[in-house]
Write a protein that binds this ligand. Structure first.
Ligand code: SF4
Length: 207
């Protein structure tokens, strides 16, 4: 089916699903001025839809001026998170804090290949989908369990647990190893599910 309306879209990245007030106010103002629609994406970003192509650059410039960052090729994926221990009685971990550490370490990584995703949960109930995400970080009372190779879609798959009880430094080191392995074994884009059975994959199942 073709898009007969010939509009375009723009996605504002929202680390840990947090929407800064300055960006919220500017989006509100621009949505009234340019009459576009707002959508909260499944990856917790804010998508502006139904933008007239001739308005796009002006909208981007106004949003960039208040600190907005935009989705684009080669950017390191922002983790999807749950609210964690501060705001959930079940929580034992702080996904927002771990997300910040991950982005501090990897946000400047040049040309990260698509298309793996990361999710973090504050407990084993896994509300943010850590078991069905390429790299899933699940807080437990002993530290983070790390899962790899989960995916949704028409052929869903549960991730394989490769590390148990990791502290934050270990989590970052494991992610780095996984991302480099993905980079080295990926042409353009690939889910982690395709790599977990590779003979050189660096981790076995952690039981
Ligand atoms: S995964 Fe756990 S901590 Fe996070 S929202 Fe769900 S129940 Fe709460």
């Amino acid at each position: 089916m073709t898009n007969t309306f010939a509009t375009t879209r723009l996605t504002i990245l929202l680390p840990a699903g947090r929407l800064p007030l300055e960006i919220m106010a500017k989006v509100n103002e621009l949505a009234h001025n340019y009459r576009f629609e707002l959508y909260l994406s499944t990856m917790q970003n804010l998508r502006l839809m139904g933008i007239r192509p001739e308005d796009l650059e002006a909208i981007k410039a106004d949003l960039a001026a208040v600190g907005a960052q935009f989705k684009g090729p080669g950017k390191f994926p922002i983790p999807r998170v749950c609210i964690g221990r501060r705001d959930c009685t079940m929580g034992v971990g702080d996904p927002e804090a771990l997300s910040r550490l991950i982005l501090q370490k990897f946000a400047g990584r040049p040309q990260t290949k698509a298309k793996f995703k990361i999710a973090i949960s504050g407990c084993t109930l896994a509300c943010s989908g850590v078991l069905t995400t390429d790299i899933g970080l699940m807080a437990t009372r002993q530290g983070y369990d790390i899962y790899v190779g989960g995916k949704g879609g028409p052929h869903p798959r549960t991730g394989r647990r490769i590390v148990r009880g990791a502290d934050e430094a270990r989590v970052l080191a494991v992610i780095e190893e996984l991302v480099e392995f993905h980079h080295a074994h990926t042409e353009k884009k690939q889910r982690m599910a395709k790599l977990v059975d590779h003979p050189d994959f660096p981790y076995k199942e952690a039981v």
